[in-house]
Design a protein around this ligand. Structure first.
Ligand code: FAD
Length: 332
């Protein structure tokens, strides 16, 4: 049975970042991923991941430190944003944040999630660690047995001084550890897609709050096949029935409804990619740690996307955990 200092479960943006950081810090690490690591660098320019993230400068700094940011830049699919415009649909208030007032070149970047995971998986391809992919954790020994023993779906068993659950919102590790959560459904489902708009998005992230929901337009880079066109990624959080009705509308009717909901800020919406609807549920583990076990990222805290902070929080977990484990090793 193989033994590791640390077993990370989940190779999403958070688990893959953590694995990079821990291997760089000299730990003997195994990574277990239910799917397959994906090192794709070139997607067709017009093929865009409907899942995007607004990444903060702190997240960019961490990804730079891990060696992933130059790979992300080389894909030429990231879009800086220099301002945020937030207003309420009743016309009673608005907020604006700009990079200029912070003396910064930009506030952050909008990126397709797959560019982040692919860059991290490319970094991992050059590192000395053990990967178990296309397999799942099916069982784990209780906290009073050390080291922790993990059973993989194929029957293999491995042990670890520390197990990290980076396995997302429905974390199996959290469940096997018996760590309780406080959770509830938000009264929203998020409709996400890319849309083509008439006017330049002005490198601005836009967000409109209404009684029925929240509509965000996040600026995207234009594919080089269509340099004059303007694209945004939208996240439209609204009650389930409304989100599903919007998903089912014919494209021209959807574009009209979306233009109206966005008060025509960027002119008429001209076209849309396939629309996806995601149920939104708050999940917060009451404790993130147990002897020999830690939860990070969405496994520890899954929040509403309105503030665009989910993965940014997860990446801060990564930075804090690497430092803590290095300190613990130093202290013996
Ligand atoms: C509509 C929407 C918009 C968002 N926008 C933003 C944004 O702008 N900015 C931002 O910061 N955040 C945003 N978020 C949140 C962000 O997407 C999440 O916080 C982030 O994806 C969580 O990453 P993770 O690595 O923790 O989990 P995941 O991405 O869920 O990765 C978990 C990994 O674990 C693997 N796994 C699962 N179970 C097992 C198992 N039993 N064994 C082995 N492997 C397993 C999975 O295959 C997966 O690879 C948004 C979320 C939504 C829904």
């Amino acid at each position: 049975m193989s033994h590791f200092d640390i077993v990370v479960v989940g190779a999403g943006m958070v688990g893959a970042s953590l694995t990079c950081g821990l291997v760089d810090a000299g730990f003997k690490v195994a990574l277990v991923e239910a799917g397959q690591l994906d090192c794709t660098r070139d997607w067709p320019k017009n093929d865009v991941d409907p899942r995007v993230s607004a990444l903060s400068l702190a997240s960019q700094n961490l990804l730079t430190h891990l060696g992933a940011w130059p790979l992300i830049e080389s894909m030429q699919r990231l879009q800086p944003y220099q301002a945020m415009q937030v207003w309420d649909g009743c016309g009673t208030g608005e907020l604006e944040f700009t990079a200029a007032e912070q003396h910064l070149p930009y506030l952050g970047h909008i990126l397709e999630n797959r560019t982040i995971t692919s860059a991290l998986h490319q970094c991992l391809a050059h590192k000395n660690y053990t990967l178990f992919e296309q397999t799942k954790i099916v069982d784990m020994s209780p906290q009073d047995i050390t080291p922790r023993r993990l059973s993989l779906a194929g029957g293999e068993q491995i042990t670890a001084d520390v197990v990290v659950g980076a396995d997302g919102a429905n974390s199996k590790i959290r469940q096997l550890a018996g760590l309780p959560t406080r959770e509830w459904d938000y009264p929203h489902h998020a409709l996400v897609t890319r849309v083509k708009v008439t006017q330049d998005h002005a490198n601005t992230a836009w967000q409109r709050f209404t009684e029925n929901g929240i509509l965000a337009f996040l600026p995207l880079s234009s594919p080089d096949t269509d340099l004059q066109a303007h694209y945004c990624s939208i996240v439209w959080s609204q009650p389930q029935a409304a989100a599903q009705a919007m998903q089912a509308l014919p494209e021209d009717e959807f574009c009209q409804a979306l233009s109206a909901a966005f008060e025509g800020k960027l002119g008429p919406v001209l076209a849309t990619d396939p629309r996806h609807v995601i149920a939104l549920r708050q999940r917060h583990a009451k404790r993130y740690v147990q002897p020999g076990l830690v939860l990070v990222g969405d496994a520890a805290h899954t929040i509403h996307p309105l503030a665009g902070q989910g993965v940014n929080l997860g990446l801060l977990d990564v930075a804090a955990l690497v430092l803590t484990l290095e300190q613990a090793r130093h202290d013996g």
